[in-house]
Unconditional design. Structure first.
Ligand SMILES: Nc1ncnc2c1ncn2[C@@H]1O[C@H](COP(=O)(O)OP(=O)(O)OP(=O)(O)O)[C@@H](O)[C@H]1O
Ligand SMILES: [Mg+2]
Length: 424
């Protein structure tokens, strides 16, 4: 096992386009790191540079304590699973998994021991003699995974390994990968653009935009304290709403109505700006009639014309279109296009309690939890209200929960299965 340290990594392809631009990222020994970002932001390129399938234009790639810029892929001792993994159709599941060990001229006895352990871990034992063509998608996926973990790699690298599975299988495999990684404790870098995978799998998530690293942190940190509009809009589904607002002292005039910022820290952060973007997550709205008095006092109430509602059983989404000044509306449309968002109109999405009786075409009274709003600079996109104290607290929480989780996963029952694959 090994840590992976990237120092100012740059990748320019032949045409000079910087696919990865000055990325510095530390993946700790045993850590599960997620790489996310919209299509074309450089995720696969970065992963391929770690493995050695792509030359590094500038910067330093360190694995363990060795600079590997010039080290051949074979000598880096890493295991990679590609988006379009290929199994050998003429080989059995057993031989597919055994393949890297055969390449390394491992003894038959050792191959048998390792393949059996791996198969057990991935629940493939009863399929070992079958051919890939006769397996389900999820089983095939597990064989590809088995081939990656059967040898003692210093790190696992996954490039959207679940993207060609249906939703149910994805869910199952997601849980399996998470459990497996925690058991084996092998350093892992995992590329995805699936929200759920990004939020649930990793210890930390790194967000890339056009080759530039935006923020690295625990899922909770990215969600609660994003550094800029891009991260705020990318993490979370439905996305955070961004409302243009003119500033009037401690009041904000938004298309949904006027409300007061009662937090000194936030008022100060706004400074002398006359226009800002207010970020409010859908779940920080509520139907006023369902909010108790005490809670009501903590936020503000606005009146809004609801266009469409979607009742999902456990909650209700309401869509509220609004008018915005053309320059800001154009900026928001660009952002939403870049985020691959389907939400191209200037409209707010609010998530209300399923008991709400709000209906489309009517005006609704909405309560906003104003303690949770973020304020962004419209020119730079920076989050002006990021709470550094909270960030530190979230960082400590993430460290603690990670340590506890690993402790629990390395219980005695695992010694004969998972743990020993990595140690043996
Ligand atoms: N061989 C190449 N030659 C030139 N440009 C390339 C090459 N491979 C990738 N690129 C460019 O580099 C950028 C990053 O590509 P990359 O494949 O790393 O994106 P990605 O984040 O993995 O996207 P996706 O989510 O679509 O897989 C893209 O703009 C792409 O067009
Ligand atoms: Mg890719």
């Amino acid at each position: 096992m090994a840590a992976i340290t990237m120092k100012n990594i740059v990748k320019q392809y032949g045409d000079g386009f910087p696919a990865v631009n000055d990325v510095s990222l530390d993946v700790q020994d045993g850590e599960f790191m997620i790489l996310v970002g919209p299509s074309g932001c450089g995720k696969s390129t970065l992963l391929r540079m770690i493995v050695g399938l792509e030359d590094i234009t500038a910067g330093e790639m360190v694995i363990g304590d060795r600079v590997v810029n010039k080290v051949a892929p074979r000598e880096r001792n890493l295991s990679m699973v590609f988006q379009n993994y290929a199994l050998y159709p003429h080989l059995t599941v057993y031989e597919n998994i055994a393949f890297p060990l055969r390449l390394a001229k491992t003894s038959n006895e050792e191959v048998q021991r390792r393949v059996n352990q791996t198969a057990e871990l991935l629940e493939l034992t009863e399929h070992l003699e079958r051919k890939p063509a006769n397996l389900s998608g999820g089983q095939r996926q597990r064989v590809a995974m088995g081939r990656a973990i059967v040898r003692q790699a210093d790190a696992f690298l996954f490039d959207e390994p679940l993207s060609n599975l249906d939703a149910k299988l994805r869910g199952q495999m997601r849980t399996e990968i998470s459990r497996l990684q925690r058991r084996l404790g092998v350093t892992t870098v995992y590329v995805t653009h699936d929200q759920t995978e990004a939020m649930t799998l990793g210890d930390r998530v790194a967000v890339l935009r056009r080759g530039v690293l935006q923020q690295v942190g625990s899922p909770r940190e990215l969600y609660e304290e994003p550094v800029n509009l891009f991260v705020a809009g990318f993490i979370g589904s439905p996305s955070m709403n961004f409302l243009p607002a003119s500033v009037d002292g401690s009041f904000l005039e938004t298309p949904l109505g006027r409300f007061e910022l009662r937090d000194e820290r936030k008022i100060e952060a706004v400074g002398d700006r006359s226009v800002v973007l207010v970020g409010i997550r859908p779940e920080h709205f509520e139907d006023v009639s369902l909010v108790g008095e005490e809670k009501k006092a903590r936020g503000s109430i606005v009146r809004a014309q609801v266009d469409v509602t979607e009742w999902l059983g456990n909650e209700l989404y309401a869509y509220v279109p609004y008018e915005a000044p053309e320059d800001l509306a154009a900026q928001l449309r660009d952002l939403s296009r870049e985020l691959d968002s389907d939400q191209l109109r200037t409209q707010a999405v609010v998530a209300l309690d399923a008991a709400s009786l709000i209906s489309p075409g009517r005006e609704a009274e909405l309560w906003i939890d104003t303690t949770k709003v973020h304020i962004f600079d419209p020119a730079t996109g920076d989050n002006l209200t990021r709470d550094e104290e909270r960030v530190e607290q979230l960082g400590r929480m993430a460290e603690d929960s990670r340590a506890a989780q690993r402790e629990a996963q390395r219980g005695p029952a695992d010694d004969e299965t998972g743990a020993s694959v990595a140690e043996s």
